[in-house]
Design a protein around this ligand. Structure first.
Ligand code: SF4
Length: 379
């Protein structure tokens, strides 16, 4: 099984916290991207072989801005889809209505991921989003009316000035919405963003660690009550509606990324396309792959990294998948004795405490390789 990702970089307005490769939604850019995607598909086609495609994901940017006709054209070229292939489109609430969503369904989209972020207008203003909470809810119901049974939304917490009451106000509205999946993110201030430049003013307004923990815990509790079970550190779903595409990332399923800035994980290598639309299309037209970064981790760094990523799943890792070095098994045992991991039927999973400090658990597993190379350099 494999997955495909298409990066559509257009946005109506760049959000001040966004660090993705995004460009203004100008009509002139659409044919350029369409041309690049077609060329890239032709060049990558021999690689995809006969492996059934488990999921296709249009992310961005705001892929819905590319329009149903262009998205349909991309999908038309892709045969070999598994019968239950999940095909997701990201969209923003202000850009869709029922009629447009029906067109996306007609071209084959069967899952929608909406960038809602909050259902409190004050938080949406802090994030400088274009939509209001009522527009977000309208978009979710429009998606349902258009026939989407699999609707995911993104929510963000740890926002400047956010209080428990404001967060609760958002959570209280979730139960009335026809959603099947929710991704929960905490705001991080990324380098080279407008929020980064305003860091001195924003940082004192960001919830301190104790409040942040309360916001997370109240979300987990509320979402579980509403039937959205936590299946990954930041992902919640109704039973059977876990994202096939995202699970693929966590279990190391090979995927090919298309479009400027898209990442791929293929035959054990990770590579990225250039984050520049003109350059991306130019290189493809010259018959060259637009890759500007590539790495292949050696053993055991590769298995340690995959193990750390798969631990994000609440069900834990399946240790029989890898041949782990003795040192990694010792680390896992130590993390279990320290209360950060617990035994699962297939290996280990994060404990309640481990879930709160996943980054340091992952670092502990991955940094074994750093320790080894440092020791080798000393000898
Ligand atoms: S809508 Fe999403 S992709 Fe576009 S600028 Fe905002 S956060 Fe970035």
């Amino acid at each position: 099984m494999i997955s495909l990702y298409f990066h559509i970089p257009f946005c109506s307005k760049k959000c001040p916290y966004c660090h993705f490769y995004v460009i203004p939604n100008k009509a002139a850019y659409h044919p350029l991207l369409a041309e690049g995607l077609e060329r890239e598909w032709q060049m990558r086609l021999p690689q995809t072989g006969k492996a059934p495609i488990q999921s296709i994901y249009f992310g961005g940017g705001t892929p819905s801005l590319f329009g149903p006709a262009q998205i349909g054209q991309v999908l038309q070229r892709i045969g070999n889809r598994a019968p239950d292939c999940e095909i997701t489109l990201e969209a923003n609430p202000e850009e869709i209505d029922e009629a447009r969503l029906c067109l996306f369904r007609e071209v084959g989209i069967n899952r929608l991921s909406l960038g809602v972020q909050s259902l409190d207008d004050r938080s949406l203003q802090t994030l400088e989003r274009i939509h209001t909470a009522s527009k977000a809810k309208e978009a979710i119901f429009a998606a349902k009316q258009a026939g989407f049974d699999n609707i995911s939304i993104d929510l963000m917490y740890d926002l400047p000035g956010q209080t428990e009451a404001s967060w609760r106000y958002t959570l209280d509205q979730i139960g009335d919405l026809p959603i099947t999946h929710l991704s929960l993110y905490n705001l991080t201030i990324e380098p080279h963003t407008p929020f980064d430049r305003r860091k001195a003013t924003l940082l004192p307004l960001i919830p301190p660690p104790e409040l942040s923990l309360k916001l997370l815990q109240s979300a987990v509790e509320e979402l579980e009550k509403k039937g959205l079970h936590r299946y990954e550190i930041s992902a919640f779903a109704k039973a059977g509606c876990e994202s096939k595409h995202n699970v693929g990332y966590w279990i190391g399923r090979p995927f090919l990324g298309f479009g400027p800035s898209a990442f791929s994980f293929w035959e054990g290598s990770r590579f990225r396309n250039t984050p520049n639309l003109n350059k991306y299309t130019k290189l493809l037209n010259e018959g060259k792959f637009p890759v500007d970064f590539k790495e292949k981790l050696p053993y055991p760094a590769n298995v340690n990294e995959q193990l750390a990523v798969e631990l994000r799943l609440i069900r834990g890792v399946d240790l029989s998948k890898w041949e782990l070095p003795e040192e990694t098994l010792i680390t896992l045992d130590r993390l279990e004795k320290g209360g950060l991991l617990e035994k699962s039927p297939t290996g280990y999973r994060l404990s309640e405490r481990g879930l709160l400090v996943y980054d340091s658990v992952a670092e502990d597993i991955i940094s074994y390789d750093v320790r080894v190379s440092e020791a080798e350099n000393r000898t």
